[in-house]
Design a protein around this ligand. Structure first.
Ligand code: MOS
Length: 743
């Protein structure tokens, strides 16, 4: 028997092959409906009014002038907004939100940019003009906390210690004290903005008892569940839709207050309402990566074996919710070391609530840890690659479990070779090219591999086409395409005959597009649904009146959208036609299983970076990045490589440019715009060489894929700071490394 549905993913023909995005044409021809572009009959436009102080109370709103302006229908605020119910905000129950405080809940102001009103008008321009005429009077309070990194809060003891977020093994303090070589340093990273291309957007339409919400969302089911609690209505009366998304990076995982404000106002208005946050408000109240302060202590013996690792982190949260950016979460699994402690503190500041941002926690933690490792290599006069191999963790030192598959040594070797690491002269500032000093730096990187439960549905249709559906989302990473590849692999149906539907809560429940988990979560459920549909169709084919009447269903093989018994080949469409059926359906579900207790699952990689520093004009640029990633199998290599390349560019932003600036006097956000918040542009993008190793991780799932969305960002900032040390002899422990710091 040679049935392609059995172990199809061990020698796949479509999966793992370069596949142009199936939604590419829709995107390029403007037919992909992004939330902000949608229009429904009778729709009004909303524009939020943000608080202009960061700490105090709203004393009064003067609305008369704004209400009298052309096109204005109503203005919502604390005084007239309906009373709603806070979401229980539980990850486990799938009703997590980004900020649990409801919009207009009280008249306290906790952060700059907090919504104090929402104007609804006939046009966007009218709503915006009126919003700018709303006059607010405040009782401002002193004592706003502008940043964890301001002078008053920069200490080991600041913030609330979260016992549950810590971990330890051995006796790290004693081992550190007794170590022959010690590193004990503090690292700071500024708050960052996601700055995703498409702003947060909501379109809410009440249809009688029912509420239909279009949202640019990484998790339609979470939003549906949260809204059901907030509006106290059955989940079945709610539909959340997110077909196309201009990225998210984590700030669209969970719903924000603008969506609640939009849906609540739409109900009062009796008309559909759309709100697209302006960039400024998106940056003030739509999530940020919180600033972090980390202290790392490394102890080692003279041969470079780690004897102790102590990683203490403090990160910001807000006054209206509790967000924990777990900087130490990768540390216990990173290096073989018997004595280790990780601790986590949080400090509330007067900012909009922070949230996950691409590789949350770990990317910050890996900056500190991998910079400290470079410092240790310098102290030991040892090559930094050799130091990492010396402390290589052959199994997960955190759990004691074997890795499902770990090729970090191959990543280090391959990337070092392509980069030309052997040509590095370790002497500081010794490598020059004209006016420029060349610096070489490297770092390892990692991100956990996770899976969630998932359901999917597949329909084989009489016209020969195939339909696959799952309630996950494609945030631009290529989920539509890999679902289509999976279906094509198992059926032999052409990609152009496969329709994929994602991003609706009416579909079978799918995962967040987050945590680099969507691929490993979604595809096994899709595969199960395809197999279910194929067996249903085999039943038809071998049953009464079927194209293979009387044959053994198990003897039929599948290829090119058809069944064969060895003598005859009959297409799925003809099988359906023979029995006058329009379609057959298949359902599938998948979930992580016993393997979770048997192995530890992580992806790994290595980045090598060349910086060029011109001391005469204090100019630094990243000239070259060479990376090798071990992510299991890449389902679609070009889109997987895109993820790593995007992560690398984002890492250059983290390393050299990105910083949300909060005024130390009053905690107002100064640079909530793309002129003053600096991100890398094309001219800052280096030559990038990304290699994806091909070691399918079949212990994780039958696809061998661990996911790739986040890992590329981890390790870039320390590789840059380590290269800068090599060029300048100055150690950069604070991000971003600005021109001023280089002077
Ligand atoms: Mo990612 S921070 O899980 O979008």
């Amino acid at each position: 028997m040679n049935d392609m549905t059995q172990s199809a993913f061990h020698k796949p023909k479509v999966v793992g092959q370069r596949t142009p995005r199936v939604d590419g044409e829709f995107k390029l021809t403007g037919r992909a409906g992004y939330t902000g572009e949608l229009h429904v009959e009778g729709m009004l436009y909303g524009y939020p009014v943000p608080a202009t102080i960061a700490n105090g109370e709203l004393e009064a709103l003067e609305l008369d002038e704004a209400l009298a302006m052309p096109g204005v229908v109503d203005i919502f605020h604390h005084g007239n907004f309906p009373k709603l119910h806070r979401s229980p905000n539980s990850m486990g129950h799938g009703d997590q939100v980004s900020e649990v405080r409801l919009p207009f809940e009280d008249e306290r102001i906790y952060y700059h940019g907090q919504y104090i009103a929402l104007v609804a008008a006939e046009s966007f321009e009218q709503a915006r003009a009126a919003a700018q005429r709303v006059v607010a009077r405040y009782r401002q309070k002193t004592g706003a906390v502008s940043s964890l990194l301001d002078g008053d809060h920069d200490s080991d003891e600041e913030g609330q210690l979260l016992e549950s977020a810590g971990s330890s093994r051995g006796d790290p303090e004693a081992a550190f004290d007794g170590s022959a070589v010690k590193i004990d340093e503090v690292y700071h990273i500024a708050a960052e903005s996601h700055l995703q291309m498409e702003m947060h957007a909501t379109l809410a339409e009440w249809q009688g008892e029912k509420l239909v919400v279009h949202e640019s969302s990484q998790g339609v089911f979470y939003q549906r569940n949260a809204m059901a609690r907030i509006f106290d209505m059955p989940q079945e009366h709610l539909e959340v839709i997110s077909h196309y998304i201009g990225s998210g990076f984590g700030n669209k995982l969970f719903m924000w207050p603008h969506a609640v404000a939009t849906a609540g106002a739409a109900r009062e208005l009796g008309r559909p309402l759309k709100v697209v946050l302006p960039r400024q408000q998106d940056m003030m109240s739509g999530g940020n990566r919180p600033a972090s302060r980390q202290r790392i202590r490394l102890g080692a013996d003279r041969e470079g074996r780690l004897t102790s690792v102590i990683h203490d982190s403090t990160t910001e949260t807000s006054l209206v919710d509790q967000y924990v950016d777990a900087c130490g979460s990768a540390t216990p699994s990173f290096y073989a070391c018997d004595n280790l402690a990780v601790s986590q503190r949080i400090l509330p500041v007067n900012h909009g609530t922070p949230c996950p941002m691409r590789a949350p926690g770990e990317v910050s933690g890996i900056f500190a840890l991998e910079t400290a490792m470079d410092e240790l290599a310098v102290a030991l006069e040892m090559d930094p690659v050799e130091l990492r191999l010396k402390n290589y963790a052959e199994s997960d030192p955190s759990s004691g479990l074997p890795w499902s598959s770990k090729q970090l040594d191959k990543c280090l070797q391959s990337a070092a070779e392509r980069f030309g690491w052997a040509q590095r002269n370790p002497q500081i500032g010794s490598m020059r090219d004209g006016d420029e000093i060349i610096g070489y730096g490297m770092a390892s990187c990692t991100w956990f591999a996770g899976r969630q439960p998932c359901e999917a549905r597949v329909e084989l249709r009489a016209d020969g086409t195939l339909f696959a559906a799952c309630g996950t989302q494609d945030i631009g990473t290529g989920t539509y395409t890999i679902v289509a590849q999976t279906v094509a692999e198992l059926t032999g149906v052409k990609l152009s005959d496969i329709e994929v539907k994602l991003g609706e809560t009416s579909l079978p429940a799918g995962p967040l597009s987050g945590g680099s988990m969507a691929t490993a979560t979604t595809l096994p459920a899709v595969a199960a649904a395809v197999r279910d549909a194929l067996s249903a169709l085999k039943e038809v084919a071998t049953g009464s009146g079927g194209a293979f009447e009387g044959a053994d269903a198990d003897s039929l093989t599948v290829a090119d959208g058809a069944f064969s018994d060895g003598n005859r080949t009959v297409s799925f469409a003809d099988v359906l036609a023979a029995n006058r059926l329009a379609s057959v359906n298949g359902k599938g579900s998948s979930a992580p299983g016993d393997e979770q207790g048997e192995y530890s699952f992580r992806s790994f990689g290595a980045h090598f970076v060349e910086v060029r520093f011109d001391p005469g004009i204090s100019r630094v640029r990243v000239a070259r990045v060479v990376s090798t990633m071990d992510i299991g199998r890449a389902i679609n290599p070009p889109t997987a490589r895109n993820q790593v390349e995007g992560g690398i560019v984002m890492g250059i932003g983290m390393g050299l440019f990105e910083k949300l600036d909060y005024d130390p006097r009053d905690a107002r956000l100064i640079n909530s715009n793309v002129a003053d918040y600096i991100v890398p542009v094309h001219a800052d993008a280096p030559e990038i060489d990304v290699e994806l190793l091909d070691y399918p991780d079949f212990k994780f799932n039958e696809f061998g894929a661990r996911g790739v969305g986040e890992i590329g960002l981890t390790g870039i900032a320390p590789a840059i700071s380590n290269a800068l040390y090599h060029a300048t002899g100055k150690r950069y422990r604070d991000l971003p490394v600005t021109i001023e710091a280089l002077l």
